[in-house]
Design a protein around this ligand. Sequence first.
Ligand SMILES: Cc1cc2nc3c(=O)[nH]c(=O)nc-3n(C[C@H](O)[C@H](O)[C@H](O)COP(=O)(O)O)c2cc1C
Length: 140
Amino acid sequence: MSKIAVVFWSGTGNTEIMANEVAQGIKEKGSEVEVISAENFSKEKVGDFDGIAFGCPAMGEEVLEEEIFEPMFNACEPDLNGKKIALFGSYGWGDGEWMQNWEEKCKGIGAVLTTDCVTCMEEPDDDAKEACRKLGASLA
Ligand SMILES: Cc1cc2nc3c(=O)[nH]c(=O)nc-3n(C[C@H](O)[C@H](O)[C@H](O)COP(=O)(O)O)c2cc1C
């Protein structure tokens, strides 16, 4: 049975709702899942999982959250070469530039994206929740 992590940062809970839906999609496929907040994840844990869903909202000016999530993610990068990952996150008023840049970066480091990223404006609606469950299923 594969073991998947859902690693997320969320300031006001929207990306956290997405993370829980991603986890649901993984569970429904019969894989083991651990939902881990970004401050509790580190590069040493990457090898414990067969795949990782990373979630982070658009922050700053179209960037990842810079105090906790981005340093954690940057540290993990060398270990993500060849790793199955998928990306998700909520945004507010932008055009999704943060996610485009993040996806490009992940391709550049050799990560294997199992599906297109999932983004939603503010709180996820039913369609976005379903997309999150599918994203989870793609990793399971
Ligand atoms: C400090 C700050 C910076 C933000 N910067 C952006 C941004 O550059 N582009 C954007 O689309 N939304 C931006 N937002 C909106 C958040 O991405 C949006 O509210 C999102 O739903 C927050 O997700 P969360 O509830 O998981 O924290 C920003 C919000 C905050 C608080």
